[in-house]
Design a protein around this ligand. Structure first.
Ligand SMILES: Nc1ncnc2c1ncn2[C@@H]1O[C@H](COP(=O)(O)OP(=O)(O)OP(=O)(O)O)[C@@H](O)[C@H]1O
Ligand SMILES: [Mg+2]
Length: 255
C-alpha cells in the first residue's frame, strides 16, 4: 500500500505539488493522467525517494519514505523500480550491462547474495527477448532507436522483478503496435509479479487497456481517482477531451 498525504513541493518560486493526496492499493495498476508539466514525473520521483517533499508524507508498505535519510532510502526502495521518462539508459554501458544494472547492484532479493554471472546473462537475455530486443546485448544505447531504448529501459526494470513498478510514459513516442506490446507487457508483468504498478501516461488508449483505476493530476493535486468506467464518464473538460479522442479520430476528410 502506498499512502501519500498532503505532499508539497516547490521548485524556485513555483509550487508544483500542492497538497497532493493519493492511495495506491496493493496489486493494482493505477494510471495517472494529466497535462504536460503538472508534476507527474515529480510525483514518481518522490515515491521512489529521489526527491524529498517540502511537506507531507509518503508511506510505502508501512515505511515512511519521506522521513528517511539518503542512505536509508536506498535499501527502503530496493523493491521498487522505475522506467524513467525517455528511458534514461547509461550511455557508456552496452544494453546488456544496462539491463543487468539492478541485478548486479542489488543481488538476489531472496538471499541478498550476488547473482552468478551466467544467471545474470540468462535473465538479461530473457528480459530483452520479452521486450522484442533479442540479441542486442553488445549494442550501445546510441545504436538504438528511441523506441528500442524505451524497450531496453523496460527490460532493465522488469528483469529485477520489483514488487512496486513505476512507469513514466512507457508508450510515448512508440508506434501503435509496439505501444500495444508494451501495454501487454505491463499487464503481464503485473500479473506475474503480483506487484503494484503506477503508470503515468498521456495515451488514453493505453490507459484504458492497462488500468484498474485511473487518476487525474491537475494543478498540483490528484483531483479524481476512479475505476475506468466511472472515470471516463466524469463531467470534466480534460476527461471530456479524452472521451472525444477515443471516439472522434480526426482525419483529413473529417477534421
Ligand atoms: N529538478 C527540478 N528543478 C526545477 N524545476 C523542476 C524540476 N523538476 C521538475 N520541475 C518543474 O516541475 C514542473 C513539473 O514537471 P514534471 O516533469 O513533473 O511534469 P510532467 O507532469 O511529468 O510533464 P510531462 O507530461 O511533460 O512529462 C515543471 O514546471 C518542471 O519545470
Ligand atoms: Mg513527465
Amino acid at each position: 500500500m502506498i499512502r501519500i498525504k498532503n505532499l508539497w513541493k516547490k521548485y524556485g518560486s513555483v509550487d508544483v505539488l500542492k497538497g497532493l493526496d493519493l492511495e495506491v492499493k496493493d496489486g493494482e495498476i493505477l494510471v495517472i493522467l494529466g497535462r504536460s508539466g503538472v508534476g507527474k514525473s515529480v510525483l514518481l520521483r518522490h515515491i521512489i525517494g529521489i526527491e524529498k517533499p517540502d511537506r507531507g508524507s509518503i508511506e510505502v508498505d508501512g515505511v515512511m519514505i519521506s522521513d528517511l535519510k539518503k542512505n536509508e532510502i536506498y535499501s527502503a526502495v530496493r523493491n521498487m523500480g522505475m522506467l524513467f521518462q525517455g528511458s534514461a539508459l547509461f550511455d557508456s554501458m552496452n544494453i546488456g550491462d544496462n539491463t543487468a544494472f539492478y541485478l548486479e547492484q542489488h543481488g538476489d532479493p531472496a538471499t541478498g547474495k550476488p547473482f552468478p554471472p551466467e544467471v545474470i546473462r540468462e535473465k538479461v537475455a530473457q528480459a530483452l527477448t520479452m521486450v522484442g530486443l533479442e540479441g542486442v546485448e553488445k549494442k550501445m544505447p546510441s545504436d538504438l532507436s528511441g523506441g528500442m531504448r524505451k524497450r531496453a529501459g523496460l527490460a532493465r526494470l522488469i528483469v529485477y522483478r520489483p514488487s512496486i513498478l513505476l512507469y513514466d510514459e512507457p508508450t510515448t513516442g512508440l508506434d501503435p503496435i509496439t505501444a500495444q506490446q508494451i501495454n501487454e507487457l505491463v499487464v503481464k508483468t503485473q500479473t506475474e509479479l503480483k506487484g503494484t504498478s503506477i503508470v503515468v501516461t498521456h495515451d488514453i488508449n493505453s490507459a484504458l487497456y492497462i488500468a484498474d483505476r485511473m487518476a487525474l493530476h491537475r494543478d498540483g493535486r490528484i483531483v479524481y481517482v476512479a475505476e475506468p468506467k466511472t472515470f471516463m464518464s466524469l463531467d470534466d473538460p480534460i476527461i471530456q477531451f479524452m472521451r472525444e479522442s477515443l471516439t472522434h479520430r480526426p482525419s483529413k476528410e473529417n477534421p
